[in-house]
Design a protein. Structure first.
Length: 160
């Protein structure tokens, strides 16, 4: 099992992973946003301006079974997590947690003073709560299609 940087040859498999999670965690309309992200990754440009950088990783066993990214908002000193997903056939095996922790470790190494955030839905926010994320706000139907938007941030452990 290894986590590596995304390659353009991963594009179709990443799309398949998204489809495997529809309609439980995503909707088909998310494909357009994913395509924007993947096109930027393939071109080596930032997907979500005003972000200054973005990163995308894939989790590989014998094939790609998950993926996850993040982008950097220097003007807010914030790093949102994005596109974290594991193929539905591999759920409940710890791979989502592995991808989450990998991204957090990378962010802490590269952007130690930045706040880690994410947007998720009512279907997954409890998973992130177990990983020390805290709900800051909820927008009913914020993603449309009866998907509420939960804005979350990583609660840093008190080291005192």
């Amino acid at each position: 099992m290894n986590i590596r940087n995304y390659l353009p040859s991963d594009e179709q498999r990443v799309r398949e992973i998204l489809v495997s999670n529809i309609p439980k965690f995503f909707v088909m309309e998310d494909m357009k946003m994913l395509d924007t992200w993947l096109s930027a990754q393939n071109a080596g440009v930032v997907a979500y301006p005003p972000a200054t950088a973005d990163y995308f990783f894939v989790l590989q066993a014998t094939n790609v079974i998950g993926c996850a990214g993040f982008y950097v908002l220097d003007n807010e000193k914030r790093v949102p997590l994005t596109w974290g997903m594991v193929d539905d056939a591999y759920h409940n095996n710890g791979y989502g947690k592995l991808l989450f922790q990998y991204r957090v470790n990378e962010i802490k190494k590269l952007y130690p003073d930045y706040r880690i955030t994410l947007g998720t839905s009512q279907h997954t926010f409890r998973f992130f709560e177990k990983l020390e994320m805290k709900v800051e706000s909820i927008t009913p139907n914020g993603y449309g299609n009866n998907f509420d938007k939960y804005f979350m941030y990583l609660q840093e452990k008190n080291t005192d």
